[in-house]
Design a protein around this ligand. Sequence first.
Ligand SMILES: NC(=O)c1ccc[n+]([C@@H]2O[C@H](COP(=O)([O-])OP(=O)(O)OC[C@H]3O[C@@H](n4cnc5c(N)ncnc54)[C@H](O)[C@@H]3O)[C@@H](O)[C@H]2O)c1
Length: 375
Amino acid sequence: MPDDPNRDGVLDACDLVRMFSNTVDEDRNGCVDPISGWDFFQDDNAPYDDVRYRHSTGEAKDSNDCAQAVVYAVAARCADTTASPSRSRSGARAPRPRTAVMAREVHLGGARTARNADGAIMASRFKNKVALVTGAGSGIGQAAAVAFAREGARVAVSDISEEHGRATVRIIEAAGGAAIFVACDVALPAQVEALVAATEKAYGHLDCAFNNAGIGGAQAPTGEYPDAAWSSVLAVNLTGVFHCMKRELAAMLRSGGGAIVNNASILGTVGFANSPAYVASKHGVIGLTRTAALEYATRGVRVNAVCPGFIDTPMLAGAGLTTNPAARAALEAMHPVGRLGTCDEVAAAVLFLASDEASFITGHPMLVDGGYVAR
Ligand SMILES: NC(=O)c1ccc[n+]([C@@H]2O[C@H](COP(=O)([O-])OP(=O)(O)OC[C@H]3O[C@@H](n4cnc5c(N)ncnc54)[C@H](O)[C@@H]3O)[C@@H](O)[C@H]2O)c1
């Protein structure tokens, strides 16, 4: 046990606050963590271990969640080698108990930490990075935007729906992250141009992009497929990705490199009856991904794609695929793991491909499909 200020034999959340905070305010028995923004404090006459906390937004929180907030603050500080030595509540400097923190996996709302070559926790894979996510108001895009922010990125949240996009920004800000909302229909090149410009204006540069916005479209055999539905699906799912990549590539070259992840689908790798436009658009996304990967491989930009299986999102519900029990069961049975995927499972793959851990991976369409394509 490297330190145990209250000598109760347990290195708990309260101890960690005291050991790691370098901003202890003795007068009010509290500290504001500069990285996470959480304000930890102790009420007068409260029991010694009854550390309470609130976020800088002023919203009071249930102290049961305190441990998660502290773990986030501690893990962020471990990754921040410039952080000052900590002080205990008495003002004495305390050693940083790195081994104690390294000894366990740290999870925060589903975020898994990574470890560097020395085994130290890197809770902030995207610290100082700027990430742009399209279609971030719902489903997979929202999960990815929140995950980027949770791991330290400042996020440009974009969606055609202002209401839903702003809701994602509120989720990020409530968790102590940084995000802006920029309304954008990816089918319109002028709006995409403005999106990338607004991101650079707000945050100075662009490091990562997740081109996720997409629609399902009508369901009909190819010989009967409505022309208008074909045009709109291709305009959003394929041309929209092109519009985004074109501007993101230019921005990333300006800032010295970056990583793009496009949202394709298992249906970018196999056929699926009655969805010709969707299937064609997603095959196109993979071709575009591979082509740009070749073009920019020596210029510091990696380009990859995720190919999710069926994921439980509003898109599937809207098509009646998950609201109807029989349809849902049939979809689940198509996946050897016997279930649909979750948005967080796709977001984890997106963040991996966008991170430096994937530095030798480019032009890759990564299946996140519970074995769907392996059948
Ligand atoms: N859900 C699945 O099973 C599944 C599987 C494989 C791939 N995908 C792909 O994942 C992506 C996200 O899908 P989801 O399931 O999370 O859907 P979703 O409907 O939950 O979210 C899609 C988001 O994109 C936004 N959007 C729609 N058209 C847009 C446009 N023109 N410009 C900007 N934003 C727009 C919507 O407002 C919405 O917020 C899509 O590209 C989809 O094809 C989904």
